[in-house]
Design a protein around this ligand. Sequence first.
Ligand code: ACO
Length: 398
Amino acid sequence: MIEAFAAIAARPSTSLPFPSRPVTRYAHITGWGDGLPPAVLTNQDLSTFLETSDEWIVQRTGMKERRISHVSAIEMATLASRRALACADLDPAELELIVYGSCSPDEQVPNSASGVQIALKATRAAAMDVNTACTSFLYGLASATAMIQSGMVQNALVIGVEYISPFMDWSNRNVAVLFGDGAAAVVLQASDEPGGVIGTVLGCDAEARQTLRVRGMGCSYVQGDLHYGDTLWDFDGQAIFKRAVHGMSEACARVMREAGVTADDIDLVVPHQANLRIIESVAKYAGVPMERVMLTVQRYGNMSAATVPVALSDALAEGRVKPGSLLLMPGFGGGLTYGALLVRWGQRITPLRQSDAALPPVSQTALEMVNAIRARQDPHGRSLDALMSTRFIEAVAG
Ligand code: ACO
């Protein structure tokens, strides 16, 4: 395991900016906002239909509650986007790029970024989806930064959003307790002022891609006798845990080294929130004490692509980001993709404007919504053969 990561560390850097190309334009985060659904699913709620307990979940994951959405992913993303644009006081008509980071799109075709574009009337904006699972926001932020630095666009809206509850395998206590729904977005703008996203390390430990698979999503299953929405979460939790810690720790070390900063310079770590114990291990390897780590895992669980931008938005609301703060954002996800970004915050830590956008009211409790999804699922009656029969590339390559 350690050797595998030493090999990754020795590879040529994929960091941005490239050392050979001096940066003359910078990408600053000038707007932020969340789009969280209000319905809360507690550990106690989960224990009404799973053999689990609040004590087990808190002890092994740090999670106490998570959100369940009554609206689509695009609606959550649009709310977050309206708040982020108001925060930056940027007219949607001036937006040049929308990056929609997610692995749970409302539809495959058309893409989801186009759904946000039309809702915002951001008619000038290019619109693309990025799916690297839980790292989709970080990969999206890195891509948008590169496009701003190259001069291709002047600004970008980068979204992290996930609507996991409809395709969660609610019969599997190993995974059903871990995830929640949510969204958040940031606005990036070009500037000559040094700062913003100043370091980017991205990578993929594909050797372990089979350790984290959601069977039932994707074209490989089309031929099978499958009940759509019935999934089988093929996870090796402990293997993912170890790879996640090594991948994120390595990415943190590399991004700090390449930017010429040390752990003492980091004001706040804003990590992916998959498990409190993973975050504690990464902070320990990075050399940053837990007092300088933003934690939201207890209130939202793992919202995949949405965790980092929601944690950033909460950190700003709680006054934990100061003018000029240096932020370290590590993440990992299916693939196994991983990465770490460094952000030198600007001078402004409050919104320029507030948006009055809101989600429609919710009429059911989170538990009622989950029970309605469970009633439609088929775990895993006639779907099991179809879920298990598909062969994947690593079996062929292996
Ligand atoms: N409630 C009660 N008991 C449970 C539960 C539950 N929800 N889930 C598992 N258990 C049981 C197991 O069956 C096992 O029982 P046994 O000893 O009788 O066999 C026991 O608890 C211990 O299980 P472990 O798997 O050893 O528990 P561990 O401490 O490794 O924690 C966990 C499991 C939380 C999944 C951890 O491994 C983890 O966080 N892994 C990575 C998380 C992950 O994969 N996140 C998704 C990342 S992907 C992304 O972010 C896209």
